[in-house]
Design a protein around this ligand. Structure first.
Ligand code: GTP
Ligand code: MG
Length: 366
């Protein structure tokens, strides 16, 4: 059976334009054979990534031909009129050229479902690439390597993107914490852009965890304002306990200090440094002597807004260290991200069969 597959990516009968994907060792050869560029200039002998041409397929319909991948195997897309007969005719040209028809990778319901839940434009764009088959193409190449007992370089790339992939729909959890009255609620309000949390000059104002959905750098974040941490009794003690629970499960904790305070209370040293970001608030006021000498601290003012955009950018950088390039494959659900990560670890130990089995179990029959 031919290794070069043709599949229709767009759902039948829903759009004016349809996309037909052709992937495999002979994809470029067959596309070149059938496609006539409107410019009259012949297509290059080898596919060039991200290039596209307007023209005709055989002597039929006008289409756009786009190169989607060059390695590990060529993949092109034909964008044509969305009518069913036209789409069928396009597919048949490729079948006649020796390709075999394949289930569309994007027929997998997962990518479409996630796409409808995308909270930001950035995550929607990443999910759209997966809906168009980027992840499936990458995984097909990974299987080809693993099944042949070879290192799969694309698996490493996918594993790097696992943290981002876990949070395309589910937000990252960022907790704003610190001693009472340092300006935690003021910071949350400034980041959210509205008065989500009650602010007052009485220490112990926030009694419970207050969450607000925001986006930093296009990444979805659930920001949690917490009760100031101090020895407390009654209702406040319950708030402190809830704050501590949120801190333990957060992806990142922004620990806030007051620039005017004589005593600067740091988080316990036992806390892993990569989960903490230290912030010195109220720099619009006269700082205490101790405030001038704190290393690695972001200095800002929730009251004047100074340094606030820098804080949002710093949070995004700390959360997402690897983001997919436009068009690139990414594991797009928490389950796929987990599987890619575990498969990568197995493959690193030379257990290629185990790695392939983990991936197959996560992907399912489609
Ligand atoms: N000058 C100045 N005042 C600030 C700033 N941020 C907060 N404040 C003031 O500091 C006081 C405490 O602010 P909150 O945001 O309620 O502090 P908090 O850390 O949430 O306090 P608790 O919920 O009680 O733990 C309020 O009077 C704020 O107006 C700032 O950047 N500059
Ligand atoms: Mg508060």
């Amino acid at each position: 059976m031919s290794d070069t597959r043709v599949s229709v990516l767009t759902p039948a009968g829903t759009g004016a334009i349809a996309t037909v994907a052709v992937a495999g060792p002979r994809a470029w050869e067959v596309a070149r054979w059938h496609f006539r560029p409107a410019s009259g200039k012949p297509l290059p002998e080898s596919p060039e990534l991200h290039r596209f041409w307007f023209g005709k397929l055989a002597d039929g319909d006008e289409v756009v031909l786009a190169v989607k991948a060059v390695k590990p195997e060529p993949a092109v897309e034909v964008h044509c009129h969305g009518g069913r007969r036209v789409v069928r005719w396009v597919v048949e040209q490729f079948l006649a050229g020796g390709c075999r028809e394949d289930e569309p990778p994007a027929a997998r319901p997962g990518a479409r479902r996630e796409l409808t839940r995308a909270p930001t434009l950035r995550t929607a764009s990443i999910l759209l690439d997966q809906y168009h088959g980027a992840f499936d193409r990458a995984v097909a190449a990974v299987f080809a390597d693993l099944d042949a007992g070879r290192v799969a370089p694309q698996l490493g790339e996918l594993a790097h993107l696992a943290p981002a992939g876990r949070h395309l729909v589910e937000p990252w959890k960022v907790v704003i914490a610190g001693p009472p009255n340092v300006g935690k609620s003021s910071l949350v309000n400034a980041l959210a852009g509205y008065q989500r949390s009650v602010v007052s000059d009485i220490a112990g104002t926030t009694r419970d965890v207050v969450t607000v959905p925001v986006a930093f750098g296009g990444w979805p974040v659930e920001l949690a304002d917490t009760a100031g941490l101090r020895a407390a009794a009654g209702l406040e003690a319950a708030g402190v306990e809830r704050a501590e629970r949120f801190i333990r499960s957060a992806d990142l904790v922004v620990w806030v200090l007051d620039a005017t305070a004589d005593e600067l209370e740091y988080p316990d040293d036992a806390k892993p440094a990569d989960r903490w970001l230290l912030v010195l608030n109220k720099i619009d006021l006269e700082p205490s002597d101790r405030a001038d000498v704190i290393p690695d601290v972001m200095r800002l003012s929730a009251a004047t807004g100074e340094g606030m955009s820098g804080l949002a950018a710093a949070i995004a950088r700390r959360l997402v260290t690897h983001a997919p390039e436009p068009g690139a494959a990414a594991p797009y659900t928490p389950a796929l991200a987990e599987a890619v990560y575990l498969a990568h670890v197995s493959a690193a130990f030379g257990q290629y069969d185990a790695a392939a089995a983990i991936l197959r179990a996560a992907i399912g029959p489609g």
